[in-house]
Design a protein around this ligand. Structure first.
Ligand SMILES: [Fe+2]
Ligand SMILES: [Fe+2]
Length: 414
């Protein structure tokens, strides 16, 4: 028997041992011949390894994820960009080492990643401009609804109430969601996509709730509703597609990481990850001038946007986002995940907060669609340690993210 990484599993291999999930639930029996769909399902469930009888492993397997037509980039340039990108982090640390290696490889296979990473600046940090900050008086009135944010559809509060209620059945969820035909159609499209890879078509919401779990259907519905709502916001200072790519990647990473962490709610961290930068979106859409000045100042001073935002907006986008989450009646857990996603934790934070913090750091580290040019902060080790996982999990997590993001971005944003 040989235990192999799930990324090396191929259709036709036979399972030497049964596969169980973290809760001990059996997913597949020993002796089953793996199909493409089964492998996808295992990855979706966050299974990292399978055990295969040695004699069923074909020899000379092609390297996993071998990219077609690999583009050679100058190693010196890659090293210079990454050394700058990781400059706040300790490259001797095993977590950072793994992510650095992964970023190095991704630049090789996805050269567009380079465009998301900040190029080394010719100049050092500049001095603050002499002008006074531009306090935004309207930010509190925005929360108080004096400046109207368009109302979220009624269905949002119904789904939100359902997701908080663990006894809400799949039938109840199906009934709520089916009131919105376009939302129902989108969810069914997602459930039937390669993202989930079910063998049989899923034709009703009630069945979707049964196979996915009602909480998962709720979180999909909430995510789609919020993203659709924000598509209607004004704003031209922001690349919306890039913003949502980063946000969806953070939500998916949080969900994948959660499958390795004990006693956390996968659906909650998915929503927390998806919405962690929602405050920044409002800053950019409603106050593009001020946000532009604040971002420009941050870049000039070699600071992170959240370090200068209080001067311009009275609070960080993380705090503002959590106030919005409170206003929309999200659970206190989700609000806290949003509020603390840039914190410099002095001790281990609660696990769900740590998951969203680490997910945001990871997707920024590997250069996935940040909304602006981005400086990677130092990874807070208290947050990392709060997860209680080994750094060896990170490579399969990022590979799984890469596979899922292509599909997910289609139905969440495009
Ligand atoms: Fe942020
Ligand atoms: Fe972020």
């Amino acid at each position: 028997m040989k235990t192999i990484n799930i990324s090396k599993a191929k259709p036709g291999m036979v399972l030497g041992r049964e596969v169980v999930n973290r809760d001990g639930r059996r997913l597949f029996d020993a002796g089953i011949v793996l199909s493409e769909k089964m492998i996808r399902t295992l990855k979706m469930w966050g299974i990292l390894e399978v055990t295969i009888p040695t004699d069923t492993i074909p020899e000379d397997l092609p390297p996993p994820n071998a990219p077609p037509g690999r583009t050679r980039l100058d190693n010196g340039k890659k090293k210079a960009v990454l050394a700058h990108h990781f400059r706040h982090n300790d490259l001797e640390n095993s977590v950072i080492k793994d992510i650095y290696a992964l970023s190095f490889e991704r630049i090789e296979t996805c050269p567009e990643v380079l465009s998301f990473l900040q190029e080394p600046s010719k100049k050092g940090p500049g001095k603050s401009d002499v002008h006074d900050p531009y306090p935004v008086n309207g930010i509190h009135s925005l929360l108080a609804d004096e400046i109207k944010l368009p109302a979220l559809p009624t269905i949002f509060s119904q789904i939100n109430a359902a997701i908080k209620n663990p006894s809400c059945s799949g039938k109840d969820i199906a009934e709520i969601v089916s009131k919105d035909t376009s939302l129902s159609a989108t969810i069914l499209k997602i459930v039937n996509s390669a993202y989930y890879g079910f063998d049989e078509p899923v034709e009703s919401l009630a069945y979707a709730a049964m196979v996915l779990g009602s909480q998962q259907v709720c979180s999909l519905a909430l995510g789609i509703t919020v993203i659709n709502y924000f598509k209607g916001l004004p704003g031209n200072r922001i690349n919306m597609q890039s913003f949502w790519r980063h946000s969806v990647a953070c939500g998916i990473t949080a969900q994948i990481l959660a499958s390795h962490v004990e006693k956390v709610n996968k659906e909650r961290v998915f929503i927390g990850g998806l919405l962690h930068d929602i405050g920044q979106l409002v800053f950019l859409c409603y106050y593009p001038g001020t946000a532009g000045i604040a971002f420009g100042q941050a870049e000039k001073l070699g600071l992170f946007p959240h370090q200068v935002e209080p001067r311009y907006f009275g609070m960080t986008h993380a705090v503002f986002g959590s106030l919005m989450a409170d206003k929309w009646n999200f659970s206190a857990h989700i609000s806290a995940q949003i509020r603390h996603h840039h914190d410099d934790f002095k001790e281990k934070p609660p696990r769900e907060i740590a998951i969203v913090y680490v997910s945001n750091w990871l997707v920024n580290a590997v250069g996935i669609g940040s909304s602006s040019r981005y400086n990677l902060p130092r990874l807070n080790m208290n947050a990392w340690q709060a997860l209680g996982i080994t750094h060896r999990v990170l490579e399969p997590v990022i590979r799984q993210l890469d596979r899922q993001l292509v599909e997910a971005i289609k139905f969440f944003y495009e």
